[in-house]
Design a protein around this ligand. Sequence first.
Ligand code: ATP
Ligand code: MG
Length: 391
Amino acid sequence: MHINTSEISKKLNLEEEIIKNAFEKRVISLNKYKNRKYIAFKKKLRHIERGTTLFLNDGMDVVMGYPKIRRALVLDPTLKKYFIDRVVVEEKLNGYNIRIVNIDNEILAITRGGRICPFTTKKVLKLLNMDILKDYPDIMLCGEMVGLNNPYVPNYYSEVDNTTYKDEYNIITENLGFYIFDVRNRETNMSLPIEEKNRLLEKYNIPHVKPLGIFKKEDVVEIKNIVMKLNSEKREGIVLKDPNMLVDPIKYTTHYTQYSDLSVAFKYLFDLGIDFMFSRLVREGYQSFEFKEGEKELEKRAMSIGKAIIYSMVESIKMVSRGELITEDFELYFDSEGDMDEFLNYLKELHITYVIKKREVLKNGAYRIEIGRVYSSTNDKIKGHLKGSLW
Ligand code: ATP
Ligand code: MG
């Protein structure tokens, strides 16, 4: 297909040579969703964020990528140094990032990588009233899809239990929900100030992350208390934002998150990168220091992290030794067989290897499937080592 790189160059204010080169190096991919063609930026390219999508329609509509959020390793003095005067603390939800947009009167859900996800697009249409995007087609609703029943980051959130089907004998609950955290202009990436954002989302009755508090940037003690409370509730962490969104947000996560990330990382130990593991370990060091832990608390943290690492790794080795396949499992609901097939094809396009573990038609005609994502390196390497291969 012919792609007009000169038009793309004008639209994005990026030299045509850079764009051509990026196509060649596959930094830009060409994709299709139904009859809609679009390109996606797999990496940041000059001022174009990773995950930016450009539609090859008449308007060449652009949806900018969601910017990276940098992390504070210590809250004090980072917040004082970084923010202007006040900080809004929002909960950081642990799901996957989605931008919802209206392109030529069609509502689409775009993932962090810049692809239109058929699963998410359909769920969003069921979960949310999208009048807001009809009234303001230039905005993107940036939010987190959370819950157990999604194909990317399955974590249970009690507040998103929805009954999908019920009769005398059965109740089926799908654990899935969506919370908006930013309202941005989809071409400029400019955010609405937090109060304005919340007012607008309330007006349209759209679920959004509610501020946990607004503080002076010196009030680190209060913010630390919020982190402790979230940790005890097994929640992920916080995102700190300037009330007017004039400086970029900062994130900070709980011990519980580091613990559960490490459990996952060591379960699939040869597939998740070493950087992933190392960065989580480092966070624990700074957190223990900042929270001024004594002997006992330090030991507790050490035990917890040690368990996350050793227990999951040994479990994986045992599984392979029994001849079992290590997979990460997802239980998903689809309204129809067509929807299910469409999504499975999408996974294939993304080169994600999976096996179907269960497949069932429910009485209301919906489909429930369990898919297992196969972590090939972990399976193959452990198998090899157990047969005597040297490292
Ligand atoms: P990054 O590229 O920003 O480092 P990451 O993939 O490492 O991203 P995270 O560590 O989860 O992701 O942190 C950033 C992500 O947190 C955002 O992309 C967004 O999906 C998610 N998030 C959850 N809650 C919020 C919130 N209240 N405000 C902003 N982002 C949030
Ligand atoms: Mg996340």
